[in-house]
Design a protein around this ligand. Structure first.
Ligand SMILES: [Zn+2]
Ligand SMILES: [Zn+2]
Length: 386
């Protein structure tokens, strides 16, 4: 039906094509040089000629340059087909990635852009391998597979102006190619083939995060403009022992110096140049126990910052380990704040460690998903009609 077709209609494919998505590889990174190394058992062609050894591509003035192979030099784009073991992509400052299938490398000015056509199920196997890398229970992997499939569906048009469906960063979902696919993730994707989370007949916004700390957060606390009834705060198991309590780093304490906080809040536009913080306090708590706002006293005025903005500002400037989550108690010291927190991530939607905990208690993946996305149903997308 329509939902499956969404994946397909965006792509210039023949009717016999498999369900594939195009992924922008190395999205957001400047790719000035790209080396293609056929895998030992790879059958790789570039512009229809077999590639036997390594080839390095660069870009200049909107054209692909290649010293190793004349036929590839001076084109706007190079088409690769990689079969068998596939082809490794690498370059200065870029992680090595294994790809298979059709890959297009094009020049934009002095940079290269890479777009790879990937079967949807392989894409999901890679995403789930990464996202569930700390988990072990198959039912938790299956819950993650259904959430990732649903999330991908909601993102599939977000890069259409750039010429591909999904990027390979957490913006869409982290995708690392064909290497390092965990067999448990691969099975979870196959066993939940085509299943997505629907709310009133439409795919849900399947947000997920690492560990909620005991209560998930409603989406309106994080993104005030989006109200989704199924993204509301739920209690994650018994108060004394939440489902996600086995998470590594479930309870945490972090100290942030005022000087560092000033840097983060200046960059976020909350503080003016030269304003010094004298204290920080919490203004109100939401249903999930998360502070609603933080009042920052600086330069003789009090600036009220929604907790999720504060969390993102700190994460972006000081790194995501400086303040792992947004459920915490706060103590304001002489020139620092001390945060005493639980859980990690934004807290909205499925709690990944909670899914692991529920799986350990015998819950099946659909029960896990119904718990974190109340009011939704799991439905199978119909296969496309021939
Ligand atoms: Zn993206
Ligand atoms: Zn949790």
């Amino acid at each position: 039906m329509l939902k499956t077709l969404l994946f397909i209609t965006l792509l210039p494919l023949s009717a016999s094509a498999q369900e594939r998505v195009s992924v922008g590889v190395y999205h957001g990174r400047p790719v000035s040089r790209l080396t293609l190394s056929p895998h030992a058992s790879g059958q790789v062609t570039a512009e229809r000629a077999l590639l036997k050894g390594k080839v390095t591509l660069t870009a200049a003035g909107g054209l692909v340059r290649c010293k190793d192979r004349k036929a590839l030099d001076g084109r706007r784009s190079v088409s690769l087909s990689a079969y068998g073991g596939g082809v490794w992509l690498s370059g200065p400052g870029l992680p090595r990635r294994l790809h298979k299938g059709d890959i297009t490398i094009s020049a934009r000015g002095d940079r290269l852009k890479v777009a790879a056509m990937v079967p949807v199920e392989i894409y999901l196997q890679s995403v789930v391998s990464y996202e569930a890398r700390d988990l072990s229970r198959p039912e938790a992997f299956k819950a993650q597979a259904v959430a990732a499939r649903t999330y991908a569906l909601s993102k599939v048009q977000s890069h259409s102006r750039e010429g591909f469906n999904l990027c390979d960063t957490p913006h869409c979902q982290f995708y690392a190619g064909f290497a390092d696919i965990n067999p448990v993730a691969a099975r979870a994707v196959m066993q939940t083939d085509g299943e997505i989370i629907n709310y009133k007949g439409k795919p849900a916004s399947a947000f997920y995060h690492s560990a909620c700390g005991g209560f998930t957060d409603g989406i309106s606390a994080v993104w005030p403009y989006e109200d989704k009834p199924y993204l509301r705060s739920v209690q994650d198991g018994p108060a004394a022992r939440p489902y996600c309590s086995p998470a590594t780093g479930f309870s945490w304490k972090k100290k942030i110096a005022f000087a560092d906080l000033e840097r983060a809040l200046r960059r976020g536009g909350w503080l003016r140049n030269g304003e010094k913080i004298s204290s920080v306090s919490v203004r109100g708590h939401g249903r999930s126990g998360r502070p609603l706002k933080l009042a920052v006293n600086a330069g003789g005025r009090a600036v009220e910052i929604p907790t999720s903005d504060f969390y993102h500002a700190v994460g972006r400037t000081l790194g995501w380990t400086a303040m792992p989550g947004n459920l915490f108690e706060l103590y304001s010291g002489k020139d620092y704040i001390m945060l005493d927190g639980k859980g990690a991530g934004h807290g909205v939607g499925m709690c990944q460690w909670g899914a692991e905990g529920m799986a350990g208690k015998g819950f099946r993946y659909w029960e896990i998903l119904e718990h974190y996305y109340p009011g939704t149903v799991i439905e199978k997308m119909e296969k496309k009609k021939k």
